[in-house]
Ligand binder design. Structure first.
Ligand code: SF4
Length: 264
């Protein structure tokens, strides 16, 4: 049994081809810019939402997350198999942080493998080396977030240290795993020249071993979820990055021979 909070079908940005993305509930990080605060806790939860209808306040209860058996989730995923075959797509396990429910994640990866479905795992990489290696044994592609290279900023903006995350990236690359690094560009957090240089040094040392870098510009969509959950949006009001700046970042990485795309 595992806890998920969403299933997105026909996703175009979570790996190659058309994907079915399964969002696992539970995350050990608390990124200031997170768009999925409903994913933090592993247990299903309910929140009361107050809305105005014809001038009257009405309270609705919204449930976030549900428990599902692995075999039932596989039935859901298999409904899209034809689309996977037509588009060279597959399933992506995302979150939250799918490694939080790693036993269930491995079961899903094994079941998907038995059904000849391409398997991607979208992760922050925050786990033990042993755990991520075990998951890697059943995964075709990792979408691996590098949220900031600066250890102090990482701790301040996500709540956790990035040393294990960087080590685990090398564990996957040394295993010969296919890895796409994803960088959410968050103004004031990881878009300074110093920070971009640190990313570049990291990529240049490993250029033969990974596939691509995806730049994901910060956007405000999702910040209103916080008020619905009676939470304060931790990042506060910041502007979205300018397109020219994103293009410059892309150019900076591309010049070094790194394959870069904007978006997923
Ligand atoms: S790792 Fe992802 S789900 Fe977890 S807090 Fe950060 S942005 Fe949110």
């Amino acid at each position: 049994m595992l806890t998920i909070f969403d299933i997105k079908r026909f996703a175009l940005h979570d790996g190659p081809g058309l994907r079915t993305t399964v969002f696992f509930k539970g995350c050990p990080l608390r990124c200031l810019w997170c768009h999925n605060p409903e994913s933090y806790e592993m247990e299903p939860e309910s929140h009361n939402l107050v809305r105005l209808l014809d001038g009257k306040e009405i309270t609705m209860t919204r449930k976030y997350g549900s428990l599902i058996k692995e075999e039932d989730l596989m039935v859901e995923i298999l409904q899209d198999k034809l689309f996977f075959e037509e588009s060279s797509g597959g399933v992506t396990f995302s979150g939250g942080e799918p490694l939080m429910q790693y036993k269930q994640l491995i079961s899903m990866l094994k079941l998907s493998g038995k059904n000849n479905i391409h398997r991607a795992v979208d992760t922050s990489g925050y786990a033990s080396e042993k755990l991520i290696s075990e998951v890697a044994g059943h995964t075709d592609l990792f979408l691996y977030d590098l949220k900031t290279m600066d250890p102090e900023m990482h701790k301040r903006s996500t709540g956790v240290d990035n040393s294990q995350i960087l080590k685990n990236a090398d564990v996957l690359l040394d295993m010969g795993k296919e890895v796409i690094f994803r960088i959410p560009i968050i103004p004031g957090i990881n878009d300074s020249e110093k920070e971009l240089d640190a990313y570049l040094r990291f990529f240049e040392k490993r250029i033969e071993k990974f596939k691509e870098v995806h730049i994901l510009p910060y956007h405000k969509i999702g910040s209103d979820k916080y008020s619905r959950l009676n939470l304060e949006y931790p990042l506060g009001p910041i502007a979205e990055p300018k397109q020219e700046h994103i293009e410059l970042i892309k150019q900076k990485f591309s010049i070094s021979g790194i394959e870069v795309s904007i978006g997923g």
